[in-house]
Ligand binder design. Structure first.
Ligand SMILES: Cc1ncc(COP(=O)(O)O)c(C=O)c1O
Length: 365
């Protein structure tokens, strides 16, 4: 078995005990509150980890792209949710091939997307489940929950190869559950209730009401009417999750192992990872230019990146590092960092216990 010191850097490490604790905690929370859990696999992009989520009771796995669906089909489970409108005949032909082997549901917000999906179903001899996406304040995809959801649902129900399963939304505008965040969550809940009421009044009862995110995860039971959650980041967590209040530093399973490659300037060290290792994502909703938390030196500032160089200011913290020292960094946004790496190393203590290929990395189509 390999020791961490034998790994070449930069290397994406996953603490197996922390990851398992995150997975079990959220599976138990969902079970306790009677919520279906359909984890978004965009965070780990790895079938072996999707399989673990299924073993722990997931009601299926979520993806954004057809390429991710093709990879994640290997994880098995009750089915796949593509939480993204899929547009274009050739992509839909590929999705139909996936749907030949397992149930596939797509969330969408236009008649055009529904028409194309149904046509693909009839061309390729499959049917698709559909969730009609409503916008509860994020302002991305999703129709107006009161003015437009009903007519899109009726349209979907009239398509020959589609079966309407419910509605979906994503509360991506809630990054922090402070007083303002809780007020926004109450607004989401209120809008959802009004949407469900108007559907019920028209005799339409959605079997699935799918929402949820990692920042709002442990408040999901307060969103009455929602019966399914799709968190993704929770498997690893990151600096943003800690900032949101949804986890502690000890719940961050993923770190980037890097090597100090220069200390030629006083008060500064350079590490062998930059934007091609971490991504350029700054903190959600903030303008702060800091690209990660150095576990061994939390007071130092990872303040700048080139593609392959990370600049760490140690002048205020007084940390001193030698060329060749190794550091671990918790990234701002783990999902985009994972997508940059060919493999992840599962570690326990100082031992490398397994290596996963990030099979869905780069699957943008
Ligand atoms: C549609 C959708 N559902 C679920 C998620 C997962 O949310 P989180 O990253 O907060 O875990 C995302 C994340 O971007 C998303 O876009």
């Amino acid at each position: 078995m390999m020791h961490i010191s034998e790994l070449e850097t930069p290397a994406l490490l996953i603490d197996l005990d922390v990851m398992e604790r995150n997975l079990v905690r959220v599976a138990a929370y969902a079970r306790e509150h009677g919520l279906r859990l359909r984890p978004h696999t965009k965070t780990h992009k790895t079938p072996a980890l999707g399989k673990r989520q299924v073993e722990l009771g997931a009601a299926g796995l979520t993806v954004a792209k057809v390429g991710e669906a093709e990879v994640m089909a290997q994880a098995g489970g009750p089915g796949l949710l593509v939480a993204y409108p899929i547009i274009g005949a050739s992509k839909l032909a590929r999705l139909a091939a996936v749907a030949r082997n397992m149930p596939v549901t797509v969330s969408l917000d236009s008649e055009e997307a529904a028409r194309q999906l149904s046509e693909a179903g009839s061309r390729h001899g499959v049917s698709f489940g559909v969730l009609v996406e409503v916008d509860l304040g994020f302002g991305r995809v999703g129709v107006d929950p009161l003015a437009a959801a009903l007519s899109l649902i009726r349209f979907v129900r009239a398509q020959p190869c589609l079966s309407w399963e419910g509605i979906a939304f994503y509360p991506g505008h809630i990054k922090l559950l402070d007083e303002a965040g809780m007020a926004t969550l109450r607004h989401v809940t209120d809008l959802l209730s009004r949407c469900l009421e108007s559907l019920h009044d028209s005799g339409l009862v959605p079997a699935v009401v799918s929402g949820g995110s990692t920042p709002t995860l442990f408040q999901s039971h307060l969103v009455s009417g929602m019966n399914e959650i799709r968190p993704g980041t929770y498997i690893f967590n990151d600096r943003n999750t800690v900032a949101s209040g949804a986890c502690a530093w000890g719940d961050c399973a993923a770190t980037l192992l890097v090597t100090v490659i220069s200390n030629a300037k006083s008060g500064q060290v350079l590490i062998d990872g930059g934007s091609k290792t971490f991504s350029s994502d700054t903190m959600a909703g903030g303008s702060e230019a800091e690209f990660g938390r150095i576990v061994e030196a939390p007071q130092s500032r990872f303040f700048k990146m080139n593609e392959e160089h990370g600049f760490v200011d140690v002048s205020a913290s007084g940390d001193a590092f030698a060329v060749g020292d190794r550091l671990r960094v918790i990234p701002n946004h783990i999902c985009v960092a994972v997508n940059l790496h060919e493999r992840m190393y599962g570690v326990r203590g100082e031992r490398v216990e397994c290596v996963w290929q990030v099979e869905a990395r780069g699957k943008l189509q």
